[in-house]
Design a protein around this ligand. Structure first.
Ligand SMILES: [Zn+2]
Ligand SMILES: [Zn+2]
Length: 442
């Protein structure tokens, strides 16, 4: 039987892996300008981290988590007893919960200290029904700012996110930034009751899931993907008309700072995140190309209630996450990924068996000097080495044979023009000069 990658997973072959790497580099460049620093938390955490950090009433926690079992826990399960609390582990379905857990555990956002501004990248895991655009292992980049309550932190994160997309090659004309405020513990409970009443009234037009949400988490009905639910919910009460003075002031200040930075956005009063710890600012970025109806490529919001759920002192925070698979689809649809294929700059070819050692040594020296150099490892003929060089897209071939060894040089041939010149084998800087005149990535 031929072995295959598990359902819902993708091998990131070199082209995809390089595209992801390109996006991570772009994030690194942009986020560091804003004082965000890279953090890496474990790929799995106590299940409790996600129960607290995402919420039990969500699909993610209720249906989609991959559990990790140690051999001991598995044995206990098979014996019919429950795994111990510290044996209940889960692969991370998103990045925020683990970062929030780490911030509390290491005291990174102590009161009085500057906020912890952290970003992460990597694989996330959800046991979803495999379908187009839904993977069981997918990749995200995200950022969290924990410890700052001011609307300027919200605006900074949103601006940073938009600059990241631009740096990645998505023109701002292709992007739509939606913003909203979800209120806080002062103004939202009454709003939630209003939405619950609305759902019960409009129940006939809503899906089963949304009807159930009236009892569990009415605001999640705004997230429902069903077109009929969307239509019904469009007439629901709007949070922006119910904000308390503090929340309204915060929202105005965020928008004023976005305006001042020249960031174009749309206010979207139906943009609501169903999790209790989201407060005030929420945002989402949609793209016009490559993704069809499910066109969100990133989003986030303020979550002033989250840190307290991890046993920390109440600490304001906010963050966002973007999906790399989706950004790559959008980039491909909008004209490709500006990534150098990193072809070798030079191919070293040996004329006969006696020249191979010298060819190998030359390749090693040139690589040590920083050049991308390839050579044959299959004892090919000279003719077939040239074919290989051509296929690898190397613009130069250095040929070493008996004649070259006698005079201590290589014959350097331009693959595009066929012109040849002699370069001394020990003149590494001459190779570098000639090879580097070619444009990067050719
Ligand atoms: Zn629905
Ligand atoms: Zn409020």
């Amino acid at each position: 039987m031929q072995l295959r990658a598990p359902r819902g997973t993708n091998d990131l072959l070199p082209a995809s892996a390089q595209a992801f790497d390109f996006l991570e580099q772009a994030a690194h460049r942009v986020f560091s300008r804003y004082g965000y620093r890279l953090v890496e938390t474990p790929l799995f955490e106590s299940t409790e981290v996600f129960v607290r950090g995402i919420g039990e009433a969500t699909d993610v926690v209720g249906k989609e988590m991959f559990s990790v079992l140690s051999p001991q826990a598995l044995a206990r399960l098979c014996d019919g007893s429950a795994p111990k609390a510290d044996e209940q582990l889960t692969l991370r379905p998103e990045g925020t919960a683990g970062v929030a857990r780490a911030v509390v555990e290491h005291g990174l956002a102590a009161s009085g200290a500057a906020p912890a501004k952290l970003w992460y990248r990597g694989s996330m895991f959800r046991h979803e029904r495999p379908q187009k655009g839904r993977l069981r292992q997918f990749h995200q980049i995200g950022a969290e700012c924990i410890g700052a309550a001011s609307p300027s932190a919200d605006a900074e994160a949103i601006i940073m996110l938009m600059r990241f997309f631009e740096e990645a090659g998505l023109a701002s004309s292709l992007l739509r930034l939606l913003v909203n405020s979800m209120g806080d513990e002062n103004c939202r409970p009454a709003f939630r009751e209003e939405v619950r009443a609305f759902i019960l009234e409009a129940a006939d037009g809503l899906c089963d899931e949304c009807r159930r949400r009236a009892d569990t988490n009415p605001l999640r009905a705004f997230d429902c993907k069903s077109p009929t639910c969307k239509e019904v919910m469009a007439a629901a009460p709007r949070i922006t008309e119910r904000l308390c003075d503090e929340c309204a002031g915060h929202y105005e200040a965020v928008k004023a700072r976005l305006d001042a930075a020249g960031i174009v956005y749309e206010e979207q009063p139906l943009l609501v995140r169903g999790l209790d710890y989201y407060t005030r600012t929420v945002f989402e970025v949609q793209v016009d190309v490559g993704l069809g109806a499910q066109n969100a490529i990133g989003g986030g919001g303020r979550y002033d209630g989250l840190i307290a759920q991890f046993g920390g002192k109440p600490t304001p925070g906010l963050g966002f996450a973007v999906g790399l698979e989706r950004i790559v689809l959008a980039l491909e649809a909008s004209g490709g990924i500006p990534v150098s294929p990193l072809a070798p700059q030079l191919f070293v070819a040996a004329v006969d068996a006696d020249s191979r050692a010298a060819a190998f040594a030359l390749a090693c020296r040139l690589r040590d000097a920083g050049m991308r150099v390839e050579l044959d490892h299959q004892d090919r003929s000279l003719k077939s080495q040239f074919k290989l060089a051509d296929k690898s897209a190397a613009p130069w071939v250095a040929v070493i044979g008996p004649n070259e060894l006698t005079v201590g040089s290589a014959t350097l041939r331009s693959m595009s023009e066929g012109a040849e010149q002699q370069v001394r084998l020990d003149a590494t800087e001459d190779f570098a000069r000639i090879v580097n005149t070619m444009k990067e990535g050719l």
